[in-house]
Ligand binder design. Structure first.
Ligand code: NAI
Ligand code: PYR
Length: 308
């Protein structure tokens, strides 16, 4: 489906594997009227813009160029996909020091030109860097969003679909918490058409391990993950620009949510033109609550090490 309802500008900062694939996805689906590519490596952004522009005779009317931070002025959404990615064996948290240091100048440059847009963070560790973006931008929390566990939930739904031989679009299932090693599967909510899904203990273990370890597996195989995250970012962008009010497991600031406050984590949230309009009030208990709070505590420990 290609839908572009109004004039809109998306700026993508960091045009490596994730940023360029996201640009290409938005371009093919004609989600936006203007797409701006920014990278510390200007040649790279220029090359990606040229390559994509040469395909314009075969696509729609998206205007795309390699720009600079002044182009953030009219941006509705600024996606950040800049910075280091995991080498084989590295965790997302291992990237924190390196990527937090570049966020300082990236956020300063954005807010120099833009005070109204939505910052959408993909760079890892995405939950902590979304929190860093909130603190450094001074934007209200509804306008600083991380891609969160939307990708993990998609992987989870795909794997459950494989197990049950049902199209993943018909599977309702959620991963919440950190986009990373402490993420939490909500087996208690997994359903098809409102009917609970039953699993053997072995199936649960296999499905969750494959979900949690997906990035490690793909990075070992081909060096980076980028197609599914690009589709997840496209999903968030569309929900914002088309004012959909879709429920997406994005990373957002929590305030007394199942005993957790002042940290960004992936939870089911209503996303519309204002960004995160509302966080759905999931009442967790038992092991799911314990694991969710553990995920929050782990990220808080890491945030405390940063000078914010
Ligand atoms: N949130 C999620 O679900 C996912 C997040 N990621 C994360 O996305 C990030 C990017 O991954 P890749 O695109 O694979 O990396 P990449 O190495 O292919 O691209 C990173 C790009 O950032 C640019 N860059 C570095 N510092 C910059 C700065 N200060 N300003 C502007 N541009 C800068 C580099 O020149 C490079 O083009 C990583 O942190 C990765 O872990 C990747 C996949 C999924
Ligand atoms: C790299 C990463 O965060 C992912 O593919 O989940």
């Amino acid at each position: 489906m290609t839908t572009q309802l109004r004039s809109s500008r998306v700026v993508i900062i960091g045009t490596g594997a994730v940023g360029a694939t996201t640009a290409y996805t938005l371009l093919l689906r004609e989600r936006v009227s203007e797409l701006v590519l920014i990278d510390a490596n200007k040649e790279r952004a220029l090359g990606e813009a040229l390559d994509m522009n040469h395909g314009m005779p075969f696509t729609g009317g998206v205007k795309l160029w390699a720009g600079d931070y002044s182009d953030c002025k009219d941006a509705d959404i600024i996606i950040i996909a800049a910075g280091a990615s995991q080498a084989p064996g590295e965790t997302r948290i291992d990237l924190l020091k390196r990527n937090a240091s570049i966020f300082d100048s990236i956020i300063k440059n954005i807010v120099k030109y833009n005070d109204h847009g939505i910052i959408l963070v993909a760079t890892n560790p995405v939950d902590i860097l979304s929190y860093v973006s909130l603190k450094k931008s001074g934007f209200p929390s509804n306008r600083v969003i991380g891609s969160g566990t939307l990708l993990d939930s998609a992987r989870f739904r795909y794997l459950i679909g494989q197990n049950k031989k049902i199209n993943p679009r018909s599977i309702h299932a959620h991963i919440i918490g950190e986009h990373g090693d402490t993420e939490v599967p909500l087996w208690s909510l997994a359903n098809v058409a409102g009917i609970d899904l039953e699993f053997t203990e072995e199936d649960r273990t296999n499905i969750f391990n494959s979900t949690k370890n997906a990035a490690y597996e793909i990075i070992n195989a081909k060096g980076a993950t980028f197609y599914a995250i690009a589709l997840a970012l496209d999903r968030i962008v569309t929900s914002i620009l088309q004012d959909e009010g879709s429920v997406l497991n994005v990373s957002t600031l929590l305030n007394d949510y199942n005993g957790v406050s002042d940290v960004y984590l992936g939870v089911p949230s209503i996303v519309d033109r204002n960004g995160v309009r509302e966080v759905l009030d999931l009442k967790l208990d038992g092991e799911e609550l314990e694991k969710f709070q553990h995920s929050a505590n782990k990220l808080k420990e890491e945030i405390e090490k940063l000078e914010l």
